[in-house]
Design a protein around this ligand. Structure first.
Ligand code: NAD
Ligand code: HJL
Length: 226
């Protein structure tokens, strides 16, 4: 079944961490990289995060630039891409910024383990897609999204969702901005957490580009399995 062109965009420290050991957000990107992120959001059909990111950062996932939002409206699109949260147990608060800020469609992907009343409470603000028994079935979810016309999917993390997508061979490219700071901590989230690959299963990647950007470096990788 076809799935969207899917890319992960994230920022990490020199030592590969995406937030602190307490999972607190750190500003890693510079202004130029945040602008690049905004351009990517504006050019995507949908932006996806995991519930861990929502609970830690409460992102709005909106397009910040007035000009970019206007361009989307002139093309007959909503001012924001579809905003998607992968949230197996429907834990997302109904007052999350993703519901409170910005116009456009929201999708909450849950699994069959989510409590009925929690799922029903979300339906006022979002489309709910239920796929998977315990965890969201990401392969099935992305096939459904593609059928809905979402053909360019931006994933903004976090560590666990990135692993789930990579493990299932669903990611085409990874864009990672490496900022000039060291976070440290053996329990701090990295770009890709989860169970990790066995040696034989480690996916090979090809380097698309490496670019100095302000005080950091932007690396773009293509996953060869994609
Ligand atoms: N620096 C960055 O670019 C960046 C971007 C996003 C998040 N973050 C940081 O990452 C941390 C959040 O990462 P995280 O790993 O805790 O949470 P996450 O956002 O990756 O969400 C993980 C959750 O997604 C749900 N999920 C459902 N089905 C899944 C599946 N099949 N595979 C994987 N997950 C599935 C589960 O509930 C799981 O706990 C926060 O500290 C946040 O600040 C950093
Ligand atoms: N690209 C990026 N660089 C960073 O330095 C950083 N800390 C994040 N962290 C991911 C976070 O979840 C959201 O990118 C922000 O929280 C922005 O939130 P908005 O959606 O703009 O409200 N992402």
């Amino acid at each position: 079944m076809p799935t969207p062109f899917t890319f992960i965009n994230a920022a990490m420290s020199i030592d590969g961490k995406i937030s602190t050991r307490q999972r607190r957000q750190v500003r890693i990107s510079g202004d130029v990289d945040f602008e690049r992120m905004d351009e990517l959001r504006a050019s995507s059909d949908a932006v996806m995060v995991g519930i861990g990111t929502v609970l830690a950062d409460d992102p709005s996932l909106t397009v910040k630039s007035d000009g970019r939002r206007s361009e989307r409206l002139e093309k007959g699109l909503d001012e924001n891409p579809v905003r998607i949260v992968v949230d197996s147990k429907a834990r997302i608060p109904t007052d999350a910024d993703i519901f409170m800020k910005g116009a456009g469609k929201r999708i909450i992907a849950v699994s069959e383990s989510a409590a009925f009343d929690r799922v029903e409470s979300l339906r006022e603000n979002a489309m709910v897609i239920m796929v998977g028994g315990d965890q969201v079935d990401l392969s099935e979810l992305l096939s459904i999204l593609d059928e809905m016309g979402i053909h360019r999917l931006m994933v903004e993390g976090g560590a666990g969702l990135n692993w789930g997508l990579i493990k299932n061979g669903l990611v085409d490219e990874i864009y990672s901005f490496i900022g000039n700071l060291i976070i440290g901590g053996s329990t701090a989230p990295t770009l890709i957490d989860g169970d990790g690959f066995d040696e034989a299963d480690i996916p090979a990647c090809s380097l698309i580009s490496a670019e100095k950007m302000e005080e950091g470096v932007l690396l773009k990788w293509k996953l060869k399995s994609a």
